[in-house]
Design a binder for this molecule. Structure first.
Ligand SMILES: [Zn+2]
Length: 307
């Protein structure tokens, strides 16, 4: 199960690279149990965290070349972000850029990332969010490129932490198309697949946003293994209900509820309708021929209609 020590009470814990993470709580938590946000960090601390997370996403192969971007809310007027055309594995703290909530650069030698509109959308729609990570992790992005969301109740921890990961329709990167595609999903989810593009995750602090990216890619790999095995055993509705009810136990009383819907997460209640039956091309052609033959034989002829 999920390591309670990682999630409860938002204690400071050492992480890889020597940074200390303050809290791993879920987003949308604005009650008394809210974790320390980026607002409690100094700009210097946030710069170091962004650089470190950039190294992690690069080392783990979540990005290639100049891919991806990371940002943190500095205050009500400013966002700290990675610059455009920079390897996220080779950044220095002074490479980062500060812009306003319209995406206009305030300070920094480099240019603002072309995907800043996506970050701004999330900060504007989710006041509880203080960190955003965007990357192209290969397995999760593979699902997004296949037009598949990661919405099945296959792994208890993923249901507990994210509910499910929906797929936003395709939008050209760096254009309003992309933000329009994400907009309907931002309020209800903390991780979103972007069709033919990648993944965006966010949370009350940078570390939570980053860990959610890890969770999405890890879950995508597990989902892929079940696909390869040709078998998926989904959790039942009551099992999912119990997990969602347990969120307060793991994330504190301020943990916000995850909205259940018929498609998030998909449980065994719909297993029969979503079951895949392998059919060869020959069998498929024979079935189509048979269906057409039976339709023709049932259709009244022109003569019989006239008669
Ligand atoms: Zn991208």
């Amino acid at each position: 199960m999920l390591d309670k020590g990682l999630t409860l009470q938002y204690r400071e814990k050492p992480t890889r690279g020597g940074l200390r993470a303050k809290g791993f709580g879920l987003a949308r938590s604005q009650g008394p149990a809210s974790p320390p946000s980026s607002m409690t960090r100094t700009e210097g601390e946030l710069r170091r965290e962004i650089v470190e997370i950039g190294r992690w996403i690069h080392q783990q192969g979540f990005v290639a070349a100049y891919d991806g971007n990371i940002s943190a809310r500095l205050d009500d007027h400013r966002i700290l972000s990675t610059p455009t055309t920079t390897s996220k594995g080779m950044m220095q703290t002074e490479d980062l850029v500060i812009c306003d909530y319209e995406g206009k650069k305030i300070t920094g030698r480099r240019s603002v990332t072309s995907e800043m509109a996506m970050h701004l959308l999330i900060y504007k729609r989710r006041p509880d969010v203080h960190g955003v990570v965007h990357a192209h992790p290969p397995t999760a992005t593979g699902y997004a490129a296949a037009g598949l969301s990661l919405n099945k109740a296959l792994v208890s921890e993923v249901v507990l932490s994210l509910g499910c990961i929906p797929l936003a329709r395709y939008g050209t990167p760096g254009t309003p198309e992309l933000t329009e595609a994400l907009a309907p999903l931002v309020a209800s989810y903390d991780a979103i697949l972007m069709a033919n593009h990648g993944v965006v995750t966010y949370g009350p602090d940078l570390m939570t946003a980053y860990f959610r990216m890890e969770t999405v890619e890890h879950f995508a790999k597990i989902s892929l293994v079940t696909e390869l095995l040709g078998r998926q055993v989904l959790l039942s509705d009551p099992e999912v209900d119990k997990l969602l009810a347990a969120r307060a136990r793991y994330f504190g009383p301020g943990a916000p509820p995850i909205e259940r819907s018929s498609v998030c997460p998909v449980t065994d209640g719909v297993r029969e309708t979503s079951e895949r039956i392998p059919v060869s091309r020959q069998e498929l052609e024979a079935m189509v021929r048979e269906a057409v033959r039976s339709m023709i034989s049932r259709e009244p002829t022109a003569k019989s209609v006239e008669g």
